[in-house]
Ligand binder design. Sequence first.
Ligand code: PLP
Length: 345
Amino acid sequence: MKGIREGKTRYTATPGMPELRSAIAQSLSRIAGRPLEAEGVVTGTGGKQGLFNACFCLFGPGDEVLIASPYWTSYPQIVTLAQADPVMVQGSEDRDFRLTPEDLEAKLTPQTRGLILCSPSNPTGTVYSLDELTAVAEWARERGVWLIADEIYRAIYFGEDRDYAPSILEIPEAKLPNYVLIDGASKSFAMTGWRLGFAFTEGPLAAKMSALQSHVTSNASAPSQVGALAAFSRTEEARVAVGSMVEAFRRRRDLVVGLFAELLPEVGFVAPKGAFYLFLRVDALFDGAITDSTTFCSWILEETGVATVPGVAFGDDRFVRMTFATSDSILEDAIRRMAKAIRER
Ligand code: PLP
């Protein structure tokens, strides 16, 4: 509202208002422990546009882009729209699917140009430790592969060891590959509808992404930039507000994990360390009528009114994803209904 009242309703520079880019660069510099340039920040219409910009600038026909699976459903679509080939790479289920350099090496070909990695992960909630991230980054550096690190859920981290999930910016510079960091206001500041995200990179790619965006959407909505500027620059207020939001998510994570363990011990899941999703393994319930994740989701919706998303949309048909970004009472009611329906089948 403030932005609108103050007349910040005109075009801005394509990559964003200088004061916003600078506030974001300062917040990234604090993570990295070294100064990072505001010129590397390209704001746009959500983190999604950052991903789109990066893939369209970096990849094209004949290129292969590794995607850590289970993956956020838009990654393969964006890579395909860029006319490159998505190549899924799945880590071991014992490691909650987190990738190792060996997993990546097995999928490397002369055409491999990029790797898209999401931590904390949508859909699994798994979080790479800094050592795990460093190992993947070093592999990408050695192989000349661009690392696109989607850290949009970084603030929603349940570990007690640190406030936020580890970031690739914490990796020593000497070990970093060429990278694009994706983040924004959508998840950490609960501003999904404002459509304000960014890509950050060091080097000439930022100008290329900005040039591309200038022919697609121009700048992110100006009033949204003003709103995001408050979130990125009023750091102490934001820290407190994000802290209490994460506390609520942590409580809900504990609630859903506890209820599933108690009521449906036969249904496995990845214990979420961040984000706000539970990735449930339901293939033990498949039978003649429920044959895959899609039929499971339709059945549970009809039986209980609870909406889940088929794992096939994230690259694994044995699972379904539910979100715990809703109130404790709705979650408890939903899980009790699911347990009853599954018991009575
Ligand atoms: N990356 C992941 C993993 C997401 O889950 C989402 C949104 O759901 C995005 C990126 C896109 O975020 P935005 O709403 O800022 O475009």
